[in-house]
Design a protein around this ligand. Structure first.
Ligand SMILES: Cc1ncc(COP(=O)(O)O)c(C=O)c1O
Length: 340
């Protein structure tokens, strides 16, 4: 195992020994191979640079309580990357190539899988880029698929952490039926103006739908979850929108919520409905669940508060999913794959 201060790792890149690459020409993907070369020899007119033909993914391997390494739902990431590729007119990476690349990247970097109990994991960043040189606007025909592993610490170090959000109405990250439903770099570049302004105020950015600025879309680079309680009935609410990324974490949490007898609803959620929620959170691979303590709407001069401590419903779901990822609970859904 590498001599790394695992407990001190943040959500930052640590150079792995190997990355894995595969190129696609004329629709045919080459066998993924490991290399220590972290640089690309890319034509300056490549469609990824000129026209943003780029998609990426994010998934993790966990060292479990039993010392075994578990990959979490990588096939879902493969499917989502294929949808992103189709969304940007790229040749999708077949699941077999995606899977082989992830497994090879893990095998070649086993010393970078953090020990159990440190909160750190091995994160994989699959990247797909268009490499054809083109001057006329249009898609390329050649692609490169790269898997870059990096050990990372928890997104929010320390305890299960609450974050504050500020409502943004001046930057739209993605249009309805645009690229928001795909994991493509352009969405993130488009959001930087708003997210950096929020970070400078010590908060994260809550994006509303781009058409009406009325419904909740996403929490920075994560899906939104709200909890409503009526007596002993618990409802798990999450937005329905054509502009948000279908989160694999959210999908897993919805399954766990249903198992606990909660009503799970995916629908348009008006911003003002935050006032009726007992708990709210952002969810995604990086943090699993990041509870929200308050949402500030500066234009309307309103603040929605959810308490300084994470609520019991979301805490329960957070623990349940992490227990599966770390092998502390039975994986009834076959979400984890033990690497051997
Ligand atoms: C914009 C956006 N929404 C949601 C998510 C959460 O998705 P997942 O749970 O698959 O990580 C991510 C992270 O990948 C994201 O970048």
């Amino acid at each position: 195992m590498k001599n790394i201060a695992w407990g001190k790792l943040g959500f930052h890149y640590t150079e792995p020994d190997y990355i894995v690459r595969s190129a696609c020409h004329e629709g045919v993907w080459e066998d993924p191979y490991a290399t220590q070369d972290k640089f690309l020899h890319l034509h300056v007119q490549a469609t990824c640079l000129q026209y943003g033909q780029e998609a990426f993914e994010g998934l993790k391997a966990f060292r479990g309580v039993d010392g075994k390494i578990r990959l979490f739902r990588w096939r879902e990431n493969a499917k989502r990357m294929a949808r992103s590729a189709e969304g940007l007119f790229m040749t999708p990476v077949p699941e077999a190539v995606f899977g082989k690349a992830i497994h090879l990247a893990l095998e070649k970097n086993l010393d970078f899988v953090p020990p159990y109990g440190t909160g750190a994991t091995l994160y994989f960043r699959p990247l797909l880029i268009g490499t054809t040189p083109r001057l006329g606007v249009g898609p390329g025909r050649d692609f490169e698929f790269i898997v870059i592993p990096s050990p990372i610490g928890p997104y929010y170090p320390g305890k299960f952490h609450c974050t504050s959000f500020i409502v943004n109405r001046y930057v739209d990250r993605a249009a309805p039926y645009g690229t928001g439903q795909f994991k493509v770099g352009g969405n993130y570049a488009a959001s930087f103006r708003a997210t950096e302004a929020a970070h400078n105020m010590g908060m994260d950015c809550l994006f509303l739908d781009a058409k009406y600025h009325k419904y909740i879309d996403e929490c920075s680079a994560a899906n939104f979850i709200g909890i409503m309680r009526k007596g002993d009935k618990i409802e798990y609410l999450t937005p329905r929108s054509s502009a948000i990324l279908p989160s694999i974490t959210n999908d897993s949490l919805m399954t766990l919520a249903k198992e606990r007898g909660y009503k799970v609803t995916r629908r348009h959620i008006r911003l003002e409905e935050l006032a009726d929620m007992s708990e709210a959170a952002a969810c995604g691979t990086a943090c699993v669940i990041s509870p929200i303590d308050r949402v500030i709407d500066p234009e309307k001069n309103v603040m929605y508060s959810f308490g300084a401590e994470p609520g019991e419903v979301l805490t329960g779901l957070y623990r349940a999913l992490k227990d599966i990822q770390y092998g502390r609970a039975e994986d009834k859904h076959g979400w984890t794959e033990i690497f051997s």
